[in-house]
Design a protein around this ligand. Structure first.
Ligand code: F6P
Length: 368
């Protein structure tokens, strides 16, 4: 019986449990034995009871659970060859040669390297006398398939990563709550959202809540950003708006590569010589990442989990590692490393959106 292992890696995202559930059940449906690896790459390196066989009922109720129930961890040992050798040994000792990983682009890149290195790891296990050539014969290739679990929506080649719409919904909900108190006091709020390298969450939250101004890493602000923001905010205030909402991604930058921080924005809005707005900062933090997945992420997790099992069973040594994506509502397979490379070239948050137009629809900006 073919054995397929499933693990989650990198920052957790809503929908990861849905992925594990779908993969476990689809594997059983396809006549395979599913395994899960607890604690991400840490579990792969440490092995033992961190690699466990799963049954159909083990994942009952997982669709509506937040986080990742099989854990995730940052693992330094996997960066070392000795760690990867231990990982290979652990997989072989359980009879596993197919791996499905749900994580961000860093975790998936690590998986691709592991697959490329696999033949030499096998050779080393044989040379060390851990296994005979005959024992290793069924394990000459490691098939790996990736699924993108990330709230940041930061991988090119897929319309949405698993978890991004849950985080976006939570941000919108939080902004709505803040707006009520902001209007009451006629205050300004600077709301920091996640996104160290990718501003999709900040940008879409700005569009979805009609925020006055957004800062994202992909659109480094020009030197005149202070005047630009203040004149927009002032214009909105003159139109009678009683609240000011500025959404800033963690990784916001100016065009010199300097960080733009919520404190800088707050001081500017509050400056008595300028707008003099009563301003507060709210950092949404990890509430964006925790909690249950919205319907879209559960659907994506399930459909992509099913496809991942099919893909890992069909993979050949010649095919490049694939990642399961969604394009125009269709679940598709894409070469993983191509998607990773494109991500470095394309500013994902603004690749298909008319950023300025969407943001310009706020309030009264085009009305006169
Ligand atoms: O990768 C998702 C993400 O949410 C980033 O946007 C954020 O910068 C980071 O994780 C924070 O993660 P942690 O607190 O786990 O280091």
């Amino acid at each position: 019986k073919k054995k397929i292992a499933i693990m989650t890696s990198g920052g957790d995202s809503p929908g990861m449990n849905g992925v594990v559930r779908a993969c476990v059940r689809m594997a059983i449906h396809m006549g395979c034995d599913p395994y899960v690896i607890y604690e991400g790459y840490e579990g792969l390196v440490r092995g033992g009871d961190l690699i466990r066989k799963m049954e159909w009922h083990d994942v009952r109720g997982w669709l509506s659970e937040g986080g990742t129930l099989i854990g995730t961890a940052r693992c330094m040992a996997f960066f070392e060859r000795a760690g990867r050798l231990a990982a290979a040994k652990n997989l072989i000792s359980q009879g596993i040669d197919a791996l499905i990983i749900c994580g961000g682009d860093g975790s998936l890149t690590g998986a691709d390297r592991f697959r490329a290195e696999w033949p030499s790891l096998i050779q080393e296990l044989e040379a060390n006398g851990e296994y005979t050539a005959q024992q290793l014969a069924p394990y000459r290739h490691l098939n790996i398939v990736g699924l993108v679990g990330s709230i940041d929506n930061d991988l090119s080649g897929t319309d949405a990563t698993i978890g991004c719409y849950s985080a976006l919904s939570r941000i919108c909900y939080a902004v709505d709550l803040i707006e009520a108190t902001a209007s009451s006091h006629s205050r300004a709020f600077v709301i920091e959202v996640m996104g160290r390298h990718c501003g999709w969450l900040a940008l879409m939250a700005g569009v979805a809540t009609g925020a006055d101004f957004t800062f994202i890493p992909e659109k480094p602000r020009e030197d005149n950003w202070r005047e630009e923001m203040c004149s927009i905010v002032e214009h909105h205030r003159k139109q009678g708006k009683r609240k000011t909402i500025v959404i800033i991604a963690e990784g916001a930058l100016d065009r010199h590569g300097n960080k733009i921080t919520p404190e800088m924005v707050k001081d500017l809005l509050a400056d008595k010589k300028g707008l003099g707005l009563d301003t507060r900062i709210t950092t949404l933090g990890h509430v964006q990442r925790g909690g249950t997945a919205v319907a879209y992420d559960r659907m994506l997790a399930t459909l992509q989990g099913v496809e991942a099992v099919k893909a890992v069973l069909e993979a050949t040594p010649e095919t490049p590692t694939c990642v399961i994506a969604i394009n125009e509502n269709k679940i598709v397979r894409k070469p993983l490393m191509q998607a990773v490379q494109d991500t470095k070239k394309v500013a994902k948050a603004i690749e298909s959106q008319d950023f300025d137009l969407a943001m310009g629809l706020r309030d009264t900006e085009f009305s006169e």
